[in-house]
Design a protein around this ligand. Structure first.
Ligand code: AMP
Length: 114
């Protein structure tokens, strides 16, 4: 999709620090990490946010969640733990309108999520 920074990363038009890639999804390091490990896992297809997940595209979300444990193992964070977050809309401060799941780890994360 035009003007979507994550679509440009998928297309290779903008560089990323890639961690994992297959034909459907991409994982790369967040450019402004909020934890020692801060990954973003995205579908290659443009889905604006979690609010746009339907039965027709939910298979990609299942694939993302089936792949995150493999990525976590490779990152060495399975045992210590990690947090998965996705933001939708202004109140959640979603800044990139392409569905993405933050994977945060590497320290004891804050208790307060709101
Ligand atoms: P959100 O606020 O949930 O929409 O998260 C968007 C995330 O994308 C933020 O944590 C940004 O730091 C991150 N981000 C934006 N541009 C890039 C980029 N070019 N490469 C990696 N991460 C990015």
């Amino acid at each position: 999709m035009d003007n979507c920074i994550f679509c440009k990363i998928v297309a290779g038009d903008i560089p990323s620090n890639k961690v994992y890639e297959d034909d459907k999804i991409l994982c790369f390091r967040d450019i402004a990490p909020m934890a020692p490990v801060h990954l973003l896992v995205i579908p290659k297809e443009h889905i604006p946010s979690a609010d746009h997940i339907t039965n027709d595209n939910a298979d990609i979300v299942a694939h993302i969640f089936a792949t995150i444990p493999l990525i976590a193992k490779a990152e060495g964070i399975s045992e210590s733990g990690y947090r998965i977050i996705t933001n939708h809309g202004d109140d959640a401060r979603q800044s990139v309108k392409h569905l993405h799941f933050h994977v945060l780890a590497g320290k004891q994360l804050p208790e307060n999520m709101g």
